[in-house]
Design a protein around this ligand. Structure first.
Ligand SMILES: NC(=O)c1ccc[n+]([C@@H]2O[C@H](COP(=O)([O-])OP(=O)(O)OC[C@H]3O[C@@H](n4cnc5c(N)ncnc54)[C@H](OP(=O)(O)O)[C@@H]3O)[C@@H](O)[C@H]2O)c1
Length: 330
């Protein structure tokens, strides 16, 4: 089969569109013919983590497709079923943190940027009926992350004010739509006026420049919950805009990971700082039901063919996207 694989050279230069062997089906597994896949910032990091390994690794965590073959002892799935893939491997039940051994599809296991993938039967779910293939392919990882950040960790409720710095992010476009669906007020920031305008058209109540003085722009308004994934470039501004007793949930650091914090400001403010990462299979199911119930459509920025992988990775690297970047496979 054809696949986007990484091998031998660290970084994006180690990527190629290659012919590799079809994956083999085992007991309890299904073989999925992928129709679409989605990119995440992690796909770039994986090309460094995989290093100079000679073994071709198929990249990609997100995908959707049609079951082509089922292994022995598979009970709940049949050939022809339309499915989305849960990229969180080994995290079944809702819990405070992932269990030991939790992995993300696309390293060390082969991922979704390929014509076929073999998955354990409990790592797929029915494709939401309201989504096209392009939309379903870019849903799993980022929507699951946004769901856990907002609902499990952030405990957001109707009427809360939520702030989302760096709204171009795939995860945050889901967070915007999920928060609006339950009746929260949403403030977004971006470095790009075009992205601010797009966010407003999707329901953002207030949209401000990431590089502005947020307190001045918001005229003293404070927020209940801030979802922080930009990292060093915004973290301290985020700490200064939440209300006393308010919460930051952090799940990423697109700019640097290390941040200097004024802890006196932090403890006087009685702030809460929570970490989050992806989510369990139970949350994945709840997220899919939420997406169907509220007819939420992923924000698909651009879709590439697998053979255009170089262009797609460069587009992701330059954070030109608003929302998700996908691959059309078949
Ligand atoms: N823990 C998890 O489970 C998990 C899951 C998914 C993602 N992540 C992480 O979460 C982060 C977000 O991922 P993503 O794929 O949704 O989005 P992304 O493509 O990494 O985009 C992040 C956004 O950050 C903003 N940004 C980037 N550089 C900036 C800078 N120098 N100054 C200010 N803002 C900047 C941009 O917003 P504007 O263009 O609007 O300014 C950009 O769209 C990444 O670090 C990713 O690795 C973690």
């Amino acid at each position: 089969m054809k696949a986007v694989v990484h091998q031998k050279i660290e970084g994006l230069e180690g990527l190629s569109y290659s012919d590799i062997e079809d994956p083999k089906l085992s007991e309890g597994q299904v073989k999925v013919k992928l129709k679409s896949a989605g990119m995440n910032r992690r796909d770039i990091a994986v090309t460094y983590r995989h290093g100079t390994s000679e073994n071709p690794l198929v990249l990609g965590s997100d995908g959707a497709g049609v079951i082509e073959e089922v292994g022995s002892s598979v009970e709940n799935w049949k050939v022809g079923d339309e499915v989305v893939i849960n990229p969180g491997l080994g995290w079944k039940h809702l819990s405070e943190a992932p269990p030991e051994g939790f992995e993300i599809l696309g390293l060390p296991d082969d991922g979704t940027f390929a014509e076929y993938i073999v998955m354990d039967q409990d790592h797929i779910e029915a494709k939401p009926q309201n989504l096209s293939w392009d939309e379903a392919g870019v849903l799993p990882l980022a929507a699951l992350t946004a769901y856990r950040v907002l609902f499990t960790r952030g405990k957001v409720k109707k009427g809360d004010t939520v702030m989302l710095p760096g709204i171009g992010s795939g995860v945050l476009t889901y967070a915007l739509k999920f928060a609006k669906a339950i009746g929260a007020r949403v403030i977004v920031t971006s470095r790009s006026q075009e992205k601010l305008d797009k966010a407003k058209s999707l329901g953002a109540d207030v949209a401000i420049d990431t590089n502005s003085d947020w307190n001045e722009e918001l005229k003293g308004e404070k927020v209940d919950l801030l979802v922080e994934s930009v990292g060093r470039a915004t973290f301290n501004k985020s700490l200064k805009i939440i209300r006393k007793g308010g919460t930051i949930v952090t799940f990423g650091a697109t700019t640097e990971d290390t941040v200097e914090v004024d802890i006196r400001h932090f403890f006087y403010g009685q702030f809460n700082l929570l970490g989050s990462t992806m989510g369990s299979a139970e949350e994945f199911k709840s997220m899919l039901a939420f997406v169907e119930q509220h007819d939420i459509k992923p924000e698909v920025d651009r879709v590439f063919k697998l053979e255009q992988f170089e262009e797609a990775f460069n587009y992701l690297k330059d954070t030109k996207n608003f929302g998700k970047i996908g691959f059309q496979i078949s």
